[in-house]
Design a protein around this ligand. Structure first.
Ligand SMILES: Nc1nc2c(c(=O)[nH]1)N[C@H]1C(S)=C(S)[C@@H](COP(=O)(O)OP(=O)(O)OC[C@H]3O[C@@H](n4cnc5c(=O)[nH]c(N)nc54)[C@H](O)[C@@H]3O)O[C@H]1N2
Ligand SMILES: Nc1nc2c(c(=O)[nH]1)N[C@H]1C(S)=C(S)[C@@H](COP(=O)(O)OP(=O)(O)OC[C@H]3O[C@@H](n4cnc5c(=O)[nH]c(N)nc54)[C@H](O)[C@@H]3O)O[C@H]1N2
Ligand SMILES: [Mo]
Length: 552
């Protein structure tokens, strides 16, 4: 997030949520937004193809078709420019590329956009006016924006809108991706990406590479690695022969599971580090039992770039150990085998960490944005949002104040492009996928919680009454959902939360995970799969084959 949860909740006069089921997936932030609306009259606009819970609190719900976000955002900008509501001073002083944006946005009249998105033209006009009249405004997005073959242009279009309104670098504004996993921000910050070292220092940047070579006493590659989705394809081809999987369950969470299964079967050697014997565990040659968040000390970095101290509450069961301990043991065995021989004089070559503090000291030394995130300051209870450039630096709850990190904010205009797979005669419905409040991804953790299981015990697929009637399906019936890649059986939840032509499923239940259906088409830049759109057909389950599938 460019901004903090607090300044958005307390100072945004308009909150625009696009592609985030905020009250179900980020309940704390969702509750604060509801309060901002109720107690201080902040305007709330929700753009989501489903009538999600927070849409019921909104001043305006734009229920656009999945995969039409660029058109919708361009339409909002069209109206803003047509009416002269843009922040000219901000555009002049702080941005570049505005002249190139104009002709693109000019094509997206409310009528054109209405045709593409299904949103009434009046609502597009109304939303643009609400945003213009209520500044500063914060834009919040999540997977509804990113999980598309146009994930990157979607995000850029969000940034275009906020720059046009001058909503950047101010309290109550910003472009705010709500991060998912408790420490996904921290994992990225620490270089858990194929192209960067900790602190987003590029592997292709010679100076950065040399710094880490000197610190660790080894020579390092200048090649960008593979993303998760690319690794499985490489495994299938035999280009990757070994996978070390830490806290990830690709056999429920990756797209096109029949293909994932094939790739995992084709991998010579798989090491899995897990809390539980997950769906992926059946493919593992070795399983390392890992300690959970409550069983270890350290930090996580949350969605607002705030580094939070995590304190061990209970001992891990059995032989389970913290992930970092396991990795260190493995590294030491590899060193003993002579895999590489680090320069013994390098400051961080010995893999000796007594506690999380030792690890944090290395981070402080090598990662400028975390330089001042010391154990001492965290233990003293300071709220530190990176970048924290030194022990006296206060951190930055709001980014791009006065100046963008890259200098000028760049408008990059995009045109609407259709998703990789759209409904057709054979597969007439569109499937979008995501989560519900009660479960967490493949459910390895939440299916073990009795209360949650009691609330939500089986896979449900949301389907509009019209489509249900067409398929001869009643609420609670078992249905078979098929795509070009696979099929599942799940219970129909007949509801007008979705529009006709759209169904919604989750990947919370292994045997009926929507990922047997999803399309592995990737955004060419971010390599994120198009989880949010594919084509399917639905029929009532009932053939003998289906009954066998269910009883298994
Ligand atoms: N209870 C619970 N909470 C979670 C998680 C969980 O599994 N369970 N997972 C966590 C993680 S890792 C993440 S990443 C977040 C995800 O949080 P979210 O992204 O909020 O959750 P999703 O359900 O994936 O999708 C969000 C919304 O996108 C909408 N959508 C679908 N297609 C489109 C589209 O084309 N455009 C737009 N604008 N919207 C679309 C869906 O209707 C849905 O309401 O949640 C986190 N929080
Ligand atoms: N169809 C569809 N698919 C999706 C998505 C979607 O919206 N639609 N969303 C995608 C997104 S945003 C995400 S983040 C992924 C999530 O996908 P995954 O990351 O695969 O799912 P999780 O269940 O969060 O985590 C995997 C495992 O980590 C284990 N674990 C938990 N804590 C620890 C720990 O401290 N150490 C270790 N070693 N293991 C631990 C859990 O037991 C769990 O089995 O799914 C993606 N897949
Ligand atoms: Mo996520």
């Amino acid at each position: 997030m460019t901004n903090s949860i607090r300044d958005i909740a307390e100072e945004a006069r308009c909150i625009f949520i696009i592609g985030s089921n905020t009250t179900e997936q980020h309940p704390v932030i969702g509750a604060k937004i509801r309060r901002a609306k109720r107690h201080r009259g902040a305007k709330l606009i929700v753009a989501d193809p489903r009538r999600i819970d927070i849409a019921d609190y909104a001043d305006l719900h734009l229920q656009h078709k999945p995969g039409t976000d660029i058109a919708l955002l361009n339409g909002l900008m069209h109206v803003i420019l047509r009416e002269g509501w843009q922040d000219d001073e901000f555009i002049r002083e702080r941005t570049e590329g505005f002249e190139e944006l104009k002709p693109v946005v000019a094509k997206y009249t409310p009528e054109v956009v209405s045709e593409i998105t299904g949103v009434p033209a009046e609502d597009i006009e109304l939303a643009a006016r609400m945003m213009a009249e209520n500044r500063p405004g914060a834009l919040l997005y999540a997977m509804g924006i990113t999980q598309h073959t146009v994930g990157v242009p979607n995000v850029m279009s969000c940034a275009n809108l906020q720059m046009l309104l001058g909503n950047m670098g101010v309290p109550g504004g910003g472009v705010n991706p709500l991060r998912g996993q408790n420490n996904v921000q921290g994992a990225c910050d620490m270089g858990g990406l194929p192209n960067v070292y900790p602190g987003y220092q590029k592997v292709t940047d010679r100076a950065a590479r040399e710094k880490f070579e000197q610190a660790w006493g080894v020579s390092l590659s200048d090649q960008v690695g593979l993303t998760v989705t690319e690794m499985l394809d490489a495994a299938e081809r035999g280009d990757v022969r070994c996978l070390y999987i830490i806290g990830e369950n690709p056999m429920t969470s990756d797209p096109d599971l029949n293909h994932v299964r094939y790739s995992l079967q084709n991998t010579e050697f798989i090491v899995l580090q897990e809390l539980f014997f997950s769906e992926t565990a059946q493919f593992a040659d070795v399983i390392f039992p890992a300690a959970s968040f409550a069983e270890k000390d350290g930090t996580v970095t949350n969605t607002e770039r705030r580094i939070q101290r995590v304190r061990k509450a209970v001992d891990p069961p059995g032989e389970a150990m913290p992930d970092h301990w396991i990795i260190v043991q493995l590294a030491k065995r590899m060193l003993a085998l002579g895999a590489t021989t680090p320069d013994p004089d390098a400051p961080f070559a010995d893999w000796e960490y007594q506690s999380w503090r030792d690890i944090l000291e290395e981070i402080n030394a090598l990662t400028p944005i975390y330089a001042g995130v010391t154990a001492q300051r965290l233990d003293a209870g300071e709220a530190l949002h990176w970048p924290v450039f030194g022990p006296d630096h206060p951190g930055a709850p709001i980014l791009h104040v006065g100046k963008f990190t890259r200098g000028k904010g760049r408008f990059v205009a995009s045109d609407h492009t259709s998703p990789a797979e759209l409904p057709d005669e054979d597969y007439p419905l569109m499937l979008t996928t995501g989560r519900v409040l009660y479960h967490w991804h493949g459910g390895e953790m939440t299916h073990r919680a009795q209360g949650l299981e009691a609330m939500y015990p089986e896979a449900l697929v949301e389907i509009h009454p019209k489509d249900a009637r067409k398929a001869g399906v009643a609420d609670g019936d078992l249905i078979k959902v098929a795509s070009r890649r696979g099929e599942i059986v799940a219970k129909a939840q007949v509801t007008d939360r979705v529009e006709p032509g759209l169904i919604f499923g989750t990947f919370h239940f292994a045997e009926s995970a929507a990922n047997f259906l999803t399309n592995p088409a990737l955004d060419p830049q971010a390599k994120i799969p198009e989880y949010k759109v594919c084509a399917v057909r639905v029929e009532k389950a009932g053939s003998s084959l289906d009954e066998r599938a269910i009883s298994e």
